[in-house]
Design a protein around this ligand. Structure first.
Ligand code: FMN
Ligand code: SF4
Length: 699
């Protein structure tokens, strides 16, 4: 590392005051997603790095990965085109091209493997789509008839193009989600297309202009389209200008009215300021050194007061953890967004969390970075020579500067990997597991013949742990009191998850089991079995029980089975379903359980996932997706009683977030990994566990 900060001669980490910035490091849930703290990396677009076909290349990816490593809760890629043909101001990365899938998947992975949520900004420049007009020779539109910054006359967007554009935002979001982004930000500020619609200058006479409600209609419709295509739990953020702050532009009162229209439609409202077509306010949008710290927080605070459902983010000239803590503590915003500060020092969040704020390199707001974008098509930082050269440092495992005492709570997949990696890197590791065995929930499949390689893998990890010099305590749940007794420098919570118990009348009956229990005790399962839930766990259990001679049915609410994206495994499962003659009952919701079975209600397509948009469909091997689905021609609402001796629910896992969070104040540095953040797959659990443990010891 050629820009290592000075080694500070101080008291050991564990003796210093813990968690000075409590509010800043309180996690936040948006939609269904857990964000590890309140420091978000603001959207930052790199105009010059995209490689082939305007897709992220290796330098581009390394630039964003470096921020994720520094502890921010989310890292936002800046502007990405939703409609390159009509919306591009310059050659910019794009989400409307099937060949974007692989590079974006890699980029999102490289961010999320550090435990940060990858976010991407959905952008359409509207009247200012110079590249689409001049470079590509296409017709461009604004929200209303206007003359753009280059003096071109730009007509108002016709109704059919508006409707198409709404779909394109939804498709771009779905593509982003498919690639692994955990959130999208809809850009409706700084003068771009959606800002043009929201502007008081939008005096269209149709339903897209004139009144405040009409001006906001497209932005509300975009939120609905994204939720429809990505699911209600997928978090969406919107960036607006809280005020235009140039003479004649709208003020914060109008900004508050905009926010009221968006309230509840977006999970997070990110309050920036200004319009890029008014050059005089550019250095307010990106506050110059002549403005005070947190210059634009007041706009976010006014909006925070006015909205009831959405969370609010403040941005602009934020570098001091104490100020950020104050903003969150005072309720002026729920989130602080940092852009240039994370160029000056991508480790700002980690250093603040570890109580090493004196080591944070503060952004001088000198604009070397931004000017570089315009003048040299490059982004470098005046005080952080690592920026722009991230690849040089990315692949070397960082030197362990401080050997730490690391307590790991939970010995499942993620906890074991974190323990092994941390011990290999020379830290003192104490691994506690509440059960009498290592391996976590996957040990319930110990007897399943086709899961024996998985069990061998778990055994091997456990053997590595036993052979290492770490301390292992089985039958030991980590309570806050125990954690404090152990006095670790770092806690990694890997507390796991518990089965989701559906609220169905009869669920407490003696003939009902969870999937986990049924895997462990198949002898309790009767002759005829009905499994509620057609995801991987329910389907694999169905195959296992069929192998043991049971007659099995699987009931699934959606119109098709859910292979969690693992379509090749899904193909193998389909073969087994046919082979064992497992009955598949799709589009059916279990509404009651009794001693003789389950009453199912036909729900049609109500719970089916949205169809794949063209971008994804063209970019993946759709022919490889084969589905076991039941063709039915009844009307939604009709009910059938399905006979079964045993009913099993396999509806997924609930993360033990509270249990993990209870430990967050018991050591100077805290991380949570694995199922207690979000139950996903083994790959994800291991990637995050490895990366976080590998990076320990920098603070
Ligand atoms: C180099 C650079 C690129 C940026 N790119 C984008 C972008 O693509 N989209 C966007 O909404 N904002 C962009 N911004 C604005 C930032 O997100 C942020 O709002 C602004 O810089 C103020 O925050 P700061 O004071 O922490 O830098 C960019 C800022 C910089 C410095
Ligand atoms: S170049 Fe200047 S303005 Fe940009 S991040 Fe570095 S210190 Fe801040």
């Amino acid at each position: 590392m050629f820009l290592s900060t000075r080694l500070w001669k101080e008291a050991p980490l564990s003796l210093r005051m813990m968690h000075k910035y409590k509010h800043l490091f309180t996690p936040l849930v948006l939609g269904d997603t857990l964000f590890r703290n309140r420091i978000f990396a603001a959207p930052l677009g790199l105009e010059y790095y995209p490689a082939e076909n305007l897709h992220p290349g290796d330098d581009f990816i390394a630039f964003y990965e470096r921020k994720a490593q520094g502890g921010a809760a989310t890292v936002s890629i800046g502007s990405a085109m939703v409609d390159n043909a009509r919306g591009a101001i310059g050659p910019t990365i794009r989400l409307d091209d099937p060949s974007a899938l692989a590079p974006h998947y890699r980029l999102a992975q490289c961010i999320s493997r550090h435990g940060a949520v990858a976010d991407i900004e959905l952008q359409h420049a509207g009247a200012n789509a110079y590249h689409s007009k001049l470079g590509l020779g296409n017709e461009i539109y604004g929200a209303f008839d206007s003359i753009n910054g280059l003096g071109m006359e730009v007509p108002a967007m016709p109704e059919e193009v508006i409707l198409e554009t709404i779909e394109k935002y939804g498709d771009a979001a779905q593509t982003a989600r498919h690639c692994g982004y955990g959130m999208v930000t809809v850009h409706a500020g700084h003068g771009w297309l959606l800002h043009q619609f929201l502007s008081p200058q939008n005096n269209r006479k149709d339903r897209w202009g004139g009144s405040m409600e009409n001006r906001a209609r497209i932005v509300v419709a975009i939120a609905a389209n994204i939720k429809k295509k990505c699911g209600p739990g997928f978090p969406i953020c919107i960036r607006i200008s809280g005020a235009e702050i140039y003479a004649g532009g709208y003020d914060i009162d109008y900004g508050v009215e905009i926010a009221r229209q968006l309230d509840g439609h977006y999970d997070l409202i990110n309050v920036s300021v200004g319009v890029h077509e008014a050059p005089e306010v550019f250095t307010h949008t990106h506050p110059s050194m002549f403005l005070e710290d947190g210059a634009n927080v007041k706009y976010a605070a006014a909006i925070k007061k006015a909205v009831r459902h959405s969370k609010v983010a403040a941005v602009g000239a934020l570098a001091e953890p104490a100020l950020m803590e104050e903003i969150i503590a005072a309720g002026e915003a729920d989130v602080v967004m940092l852009c240039r500060q994370l160029l000056a020092d991508p480790d700002t969040p980690l250093k603040a969390q570890a109580g090493r704020e004196q080591e944070i390199r503060k952004c001088m707001r000198c604009f070397e970075c931004f000017s570089g974008q315009f003048m040299k098509l490059s982004t470098y930082c005046a005080i952080n020579p690592e920026i722009g050269f991230e690849r040089e440092t990315r692949y070397a495992a960082p030197v362990v500067r401080h050997k730490r005492r690391v307590l790991i709570a939970g010995g499942g997949v993620a906890g074991m990997q974190a323990a092994i990696t941390a011990a290999e890197r020379g830290h003192t590791v104490i691994l506690c597991e509440k059960n009498e065995y290592l391996g976590g929930i996957l040990r319930c499949e110990a007897k399943v013949p086709f899961k024996q390689n998985l069990q061998k893998y778990l055994d091997q990890q456990a053997a590595f742990i036993r052979k290492s010099n770490m301390t292992l305590h089985l039958k030991t749940a980590v309570t806050p009191a125990l954690a404090k007794d152990i006095q670790p420098d770092v806690i990694i919570a890997a507390c796991g998850s518990r089965p989701l118990v559906p609220k169905i009348p009869g669920i407490d009956g003696p003939n009902v089991l969870s999937a986990e229990h049924a895997f462990m005790h198949p002898e309790l399962v009767g002759e005829r079995v009905l499994i509620i839930g057609g995801g991987l766990s329910g389907l694999e259990l169905a195959i296992y029980l069929s192998m043991l001679g049971r007659k099995v049915s699987v009931m699934e609410m959606s119109g098709s089975l859910n292979y969690s994206g693992n379509i090749i495994h899904g193909m193998a499962i389909n073969n087994e379903i046919k082979h064992h003659q497992i009955e598949i009952i799709t589009s059916t919701k279990a509404v009651a359980i009794d001693e003789r079975g389950v009453t199912g209600e036909f729900v049609g397509d109500k719970f089916s996932p949205p169809p794949l948009c063209g971008t994804i469909a063209k970019g993946i091997l759709t022919s490889a997706i084969s589905e076991a689905r039941l063709e039915r021609d009844e009307a939604p609402g009709s009910r059938i009683h399905y006979e079964a001796d045993t009913v099993i629910y396999a509806l997924g896992q609930v993360p033990l977030r509270e249990e993990a969070h209870a430990l967050s104040d018991c050591a100077p540095l805290f991380f949570s990994i694995g199922d207690c953040v979000e139950p996903k797959n083994i790959y994800t659990a291991n990637a995050i566990a490895y990366t976080i443990a590998r990076d320990l010891g920098r603070y």
